[in-house]
Design a protein around this ligand. Structure first.
Ligand SMILES: [Zn+2]
Length: 313
């Protein structure tokens, strides 16, 4: 049971005692769809529903905590408690009924404070969640696994604030680094990941590469990206690579296949794609190789992977 010292404790029973423990790895932001104070949100959880959040935040910056952050709360569907014991910490925030209004300055300040505390106390990594179960920070509609049947929560204005104000301020304050400058006018964000984890390539079979996670880009509307690989396969082999977009229901969109010919020793190859991304899709990359002669079955090895690009949220 952990309680943020900056919040008014309004412990919700029986949930606080009855619900199982979690190891908090994510922070998910919500709009409650009502212009309520944190005390009114508590009353709603207490009297009307059992889909409670850990925290509640009113327009004026009044912040309450209803459940300890190491106990499951139920605002995020499959992220509440995962099979590995990890789970998400959630906050509901006062909004208009359609959750179309932006957070107030006081709400932004408190969201940043809670976000910093979760990094310092529970070790949440200072990154936007790249998939529904990877640690980090996010908002309700970022991944469909976080809601039953989809949601617009917390609304377009607040998604913009999350990317441009709330998350950069959490990073700046928690790490002591200056925040990335705000990005007005649709300036892109950067993708820059590197991995030296050795990955085996089996002849004739696609292998999804993990470069800081299998989801290279999440929450984007458009992107341009290049994957650079150092690969060792029999000389003369054909290396193939393609980007694809993974959807929550398990289906996918496949990008075009690009081919490269492997040289003696290590080969240094690159694959580029650009395009639009639909809501809920993540951008991933896979590779395979065809040996130069039938019957060659040696596995290939990807020794290093770099993903570089720009994307627009
Ligand atoms: Zn929500």
């Amino acid at each position: 049971m952990a309680w943020y010292p900056g919040a008014t404790k309004m412990e919700l029973q029986p949930e606080s005692d009855d619900q199982p423990a979690i190891r908090p790895t994510q922070f998910i932001l919500h709009s409650v769809g009502a212009p309520w104070t944190s005390r009114r949100i508590y009353a709603f959880w207490h009297e009307s529903t059992n889909l409670e959040s850990h925290f509640g935040l009113g327009y004026g910056g009044d912040l309450a905590q209803y459940i300890g952050t190491q106990t499951r709360a139920d605002a995020n569907y499959r992220a509440n408690l995962r099979p590995d014991g990890s789970g998400a910490v959630s906050i509901e925030t006062a909004s208009n009924l359609e959750h179309t209004d932006p957070w107030t300055d006081r709400q932004v300040d408190r969201l940043v404070e809670v976000g910093v505390w979760l990094h310092q106390y529970h070790g949440l990594p200072l990154r936007v969640c790249r998939s529904w179960d990877e640690p980090g920070y996010g908002y309700h509609r970022l991944f469909p696994q976080w809601s039953t049947g989809g949601t617009a929560c917390p609304g377009d204005a607040r998604v913009g604030q999350f990317h441009d104000a709330v998350f950069p301020a959490i990073v700046a304050r928690a790490s002591g680094r200056p925040a990335d400058p705000p990005q007005p006018g649709g300036a892109p964000r950067t993708l820059g990941e590197y991995s030296d984890a050795q990955t085996a390539l089996v002849p004739g079979a696609w292998t999804t590469l993990s470069v800081g996670g299998e989801a290279l880009i999440s929450g984007a509307k458009a992107y341009t990206a290049t994957v650079f690989l150092t690969v060792t396969v029999p000389a003369g082999s054909t290396l193939q690579g393609r980007f694809y977009h993974q959807r929550a229901d398990g289906s996918r969109w496949n990008g075009p296949i690009v081919e490269r010919i492997a040289t003696v020793g290590a080969s240094f190859v690159d694959f580029t794609h650009q395009g639009s991304v639909s809501e809920g899709e993540t951008v991933r990359f896979e590779a395979c190789y065809d040996p130069p002669a039938p019957g060659v079955r040696d596995p290939g090895t990807v020794a290093t992977s770099r993903a570089r690009g720009l994307y627009w949220t």
